[in-house]
Design a protein around this ligand. Structure first.
Ligand code: C5P
Length: 214
């Protein structure tokens, strides 16, 4: 199977020395890349900046901005059977990037931000992807309702939802607890290491793919 995985944060530049980003470590996406390779599949990992080592035998495309990630996914997704969107993509990016370092002047500074492309939302609609589509949802409230809404809006086959209001789990942690939201039902997986969870998730996604293809 050919599997595309997006991972990590994006980095949206403000000026030559500053950027907007988020707390995503990339651990979940990288652990999943490792798990799919371990199960004998071919993986294309498209990742924003992280401190992690790229797992062996993974094809790797490093990107910085949401726009870069969008272009890399557009280019690669046509050859894929499965696509897993684990990246924490910035929702907004500075409307313009200053050519020189922004100087301090007044007591306040207002930044204008514009929406970034929705990469997962583009998978079916713009890229014409017909394989198994998996998204993540990091929520601080109404986990299931928000994840199910995302599943339908973005035409996914599965949303892996996690509650990021729990301080020891999720973003930048080695552990995670997720709710699998399928069109017909949910399945709660207990808290475990991202490494162990990645193997569970890869197995669940491969099983789902086999089911959808028959
Ligand atoms: O809507 P929200 O950002 O919570 O959706 C999360 C899911 O959508 C994740 O799978 C994330 O990787 C993906 N996403 C994306 N492009 C964006 C925003 C989110 O692919 N611009």
């Amino acid at each position: 199977m050919h599997v595309l995985i997006t991972a990590g944060p994006t980095r949206e530049p403000l000026d030559p020395v500053r950027f907007l980003t988020n707390r995503s470590s990339g651990k979940m996406g990288y652990a999943m890349a490792h798990a799919f390779v371990h199960a004998g599949h071919s993986v294309l990992l498209i990742s924003g900046p992280t401190d992690l080592e790229v797992p062996e035998q993974v094809d790797f495309i490093p990107v910085e901005t949401a726009a870069d990630m969008h272009a890399a996914v557009a280019n690669g997704i046509g050859r894929m059977d499965i696509a897993v969107f684990a990246a924490a993509v910035a929702d907004y990016t500075p409307a313009c990037v200053a050519a020189q370092k922004i100087k301090k002047s007044g007591a306040t500074l207002t930044l204008e931000l514009i929406r970034t492309p929705d990469i997962l939302g583009a998978a079916r609609e713009n890229f014409g992807f017909t394989g198994t589509l998996v998204g993540f949802a990091a929520e601080t409230e109404q986990l299931e309702a928000n994840a199910r809404d995302k599943l339908l809006r973005k035409q996914c086959d599965l949303i892996i939802a996690n509650d990021v209001s729990k301080p020891a789990l999720g973003f930048d942690s080695d552990h995670n607890e997720v709710l699998l939201v399928y069109p017909e039902y949910n399945e709660a997986l207990p808290a475990t290491s991202k490494h162990a969870l990645a193997h569970r998730l890869a197995a669940a996604i491969l099983e789902l793919h086999a089911k959808l293809k028959t």
